[in-house]
Every structure is written in structure tokens, then in C-alpha cells.
Design a protein around this ligand. Structure first.
Ligand code: MLT
Length: 260
């Protein structure tokens, strides 16, 4: 299905509670495979490719986290999703926070997974800028091959190397302009550290014990004080909990939203 040029997939019964997932960088909606398979018996699961990634074409550049937030609202409105839960991983979490900041729309629950609220500092901005330069010089595939393994924990890389390879493979053909566009949107994203303190929506926060990109301790410090929060750290997981520990991730989601 296509809405505003965004490639959208739905799974499960339309009468179930809607659960929309926003993917991370430099990935596409395929990263939610464990969730679309296992959670679609409980929820009406919606996934989509962010503009510029997967099968969604690159729009006019530049674009920001707020443009991504507007895309998310458009999908919710066009699909007429009532009281959806919105979950975002890492960059997907930045988009979710920008969405809550920008729009009055109130989801019935949120999932912030392996993400952060603070904006890029100068070191991170320089790293993003170097990444954009590399992509501009025609090295997008090298960038993706180097970047994706840093998201997995050592244990996953040793015990399940095929998961890492599969994720690299399924993202290697990403449009260079879309990967660079996402880097620029992250570089220029808002800092939501103060904003998250005002979130008053049932919130599920999920991290990985071995996440080096968005460490569990930092997540707890940032999101631990949200009202109605459930904070969960999945053991032996890196930055990609829904992929590395899909069943555990899904169980946490099911259990939390039984009560909210
Ligand atoms: C992601 O997983 O979306 C990215 O690693 C986030 C980031 O680079 O800040």
C-alpha cells in the first residue's frame, strides 16, 4: 500500500488495537519482521518505510525529524487508526518524540526502544557529516556494511552471525540520497530531554543490556521519570532488541499493553 509515496504494510485483523512501528537507521520496515509475525495475532500491526529508505522514494531534500513526524500523522489519519500505540526504535524513537512534540494527537501508548532524547553533540555532528561525505563519494554500501554490525551485541554476532548478514543484505541497496538524508535529519534533530518529562501517556521503554549506541543506563536516566513508564532491559541484547531478542521484546509489549 502507498500513502503519500510511503510504502506501508499492515498485518493482522483491522479490528485489533493498532500498533504502528517506526524503524531505525539505516534500515527499513523489514526490521520489524519478528513483530509483524508474532504480534499480529494481538494487534493490527502497521509498518512503513521512512521517506528515503526501503521502498519509499527520497523526497525533496533536506527534510527533518518534524517532516518524518508529519508523515507518521498522515499515515495514522489516512488509515484512520483509532487510539494507536506507536513504537519507535532509535531514529524511530527520535521521530516518535518529534511527533509528540509537534502534534496534539495522543496515542494510547508509546514504545521507546533503544533510543535517546539528547540531540547530537559536536562530535556526533562531525561523525554524521563524515558519513554524509562518504556517501557522497559513492561509498554507501561500505558505510552500511560498517555501520550495521556496530548495532549488534558481541553475543549476537558470535551466536547468530546470519542475523547480522541478513540485515546488511536487506539494506545494502538503500538509496544513497535517502541514507544521507536520514543522517542530516538526525544531525539536526531537536533535543527532547526536557520535553519527555511532560509525557503523560502509558510508556514502555525497552533497552538492551549490551547496547553501546544508546546505553541502558542513559535510557533509564532519560526516560525513567516519565509518568506511567515501564522500564525494561533485555539481557544479551545490543541496539536492535526487536531483532536480536524478538520473542522477549514481543512478550514485554504484550504484557504491558494488557494493562493499558
Ligand atoms: C539508529 O539505530 O536509528 C541510529 O543508530 C541512531 C543514531 O545513529 O543516532
Amino acid at each position: 500500500m502507498n500513502i503519500n509515496d510511503l510504502n506501508i504494510s499492515t498485518f493482522g485483523d483491522l479490528n485489533n488495537r493498532p500498533l504502528i512501528f517506526v524503524h531505525g537507521f539505516p534500515l527499513n520496515s523489514g526490521m520489524w519482521e519478528n513483530q509483524t509475525r508474532e504480534l499480529s495475532s494481538d494487534f493490527f500491526v502497521v509498518t512503513y518505510d521512512l521517506r528515503g529508505l526501503g521502498k519509499s522514494p527520497v523526497p525533496q531534500i533536506p527534510y527533518t525529524m518534524f517532516d518524518h513526524a508529519d508523515d507518521l500523522l498522515t499515515i495514522i489519519c489516512e488509515l484512520d487508526l483509532k487510539g494507536p500505540i506507536i513504537g519507535g526504535l532509535s531514529m524511530g524513537g527520535y521521530i516518535l518524540q518529534a511527533f509528540l512534540m509537534r502534534h496534539d494527537f495522543k496515542p494510547s501508548g508509546i514504545i521507546l526502544t533503544n533510543t535517546r532524547a539528547n540531540a547530537d553533540d559536536n562530535v556526533a555532528k562531525l561523525r554524521r557529516s563524515n558519513g554524509i561525505g562518504l556517501i557522497r563519494s559513492g561509498k554507501t554500501r561500505e558505510f552500511i556494511k560498517d555501520f550495521i554490525p556496530t548495532c549488534f551485541c558481541e553475543k549476537t554476532k558470535i551466536l547468530n552471525p546470519e542475523i547480522v548478514e541478513k540485515l546488511i543484505e536487506s539494506n545494502l541497496d538503500s538509496d544513497p540520497a535517502g541514507v544521507a538524508g536520514a543522517l542530516f535529519a538526525m544531525l539536526s534533530r531537536p533535543d527532547t530531554t526536557e520535553f519527555v518529562k511532560s509525557i503523560d501517556i502509558p510508556s514502555l521503554v525497552i533497552g538492551g543490556s549490551d547496547d553501546l549506541v544508546t546505553p541502558a543506563s542513559m535510557m533509564e536516566e532519560t526516560f525513567g521519570s516519565i509518568k506511567n513508564v515501564s522500564f525494561n532491559i533485555i539481557p544479551d541484547s545490543g541496539h536492535l532488541s526487536p531483532i536480536e531478542k524478538g520473542t522477549e521484546f514481543n512478550e514485554i509489549v504484550r504484557k504491558f499493553f494488557k494493562n493499558f
